[in-house]
Design a protein around this ligand. Sequence first.
Ligand code: AMP
Length: 184
Amino acid sequence: MQTLSLNDKNYIIDSIRNISNYPKPGIEFKDITTLLGNPDVFHFLLDHLTSRYESYGLDYIAGIESRGFIFGAALAARLRTRFVPIRKPGKLPYTTISEKYSLEYGVDEVEIHIDAFSHGIKDPKVLLIDDLIATGGTANASVNLINKTGSKCIEVCFIINLVSLRGDEEIKEHTPVYSVLETR
Ligand code: AMP
């Protein structure tokens, strides 16, 4: 498995654009469209993820809407693994199961198709992926959702971890977390 040097990490970080006060004051938005617009960096990142996960024997990669779809589907194609979308409520057309989670104010929900992991595989191994972890609420609910189906989420992967928010702490209590980049 390839480990990233500090230079490698900076190479990826430098391709991500920071937008201050978006979508609201006080938030620094990590804009990964600039990474996607740089084919050398995107390729380099996918090579790294492929080298990490090719020995895991994954049956599925589940991506969280919407930027988790981009990295998850690209990695799934590289690994010849099935891709499953985890979406916001009301977006999936077939019968779904869902998991609610708390926000600062109110609740939100993630959904998956009821037959997302129905390919006759015993105890399917699932990698969950998203572009970024902030509070961790979305990813934690997504892990619970995967495990509720009888599959097992064996790791959660983020391209960027906003470490000062400690969003990975709750997830790490039950599931390994891998973050390519850690930033404040
Ligand atoms: P959370 O549930 O708080 O961990 O939020 C994670 C989701 O919100 C991810 O799908 C991210 O794409 C998005 N998100 C949260 N904060 C940011 C940020 N500062 N920059 C870019 N995306 C963010």
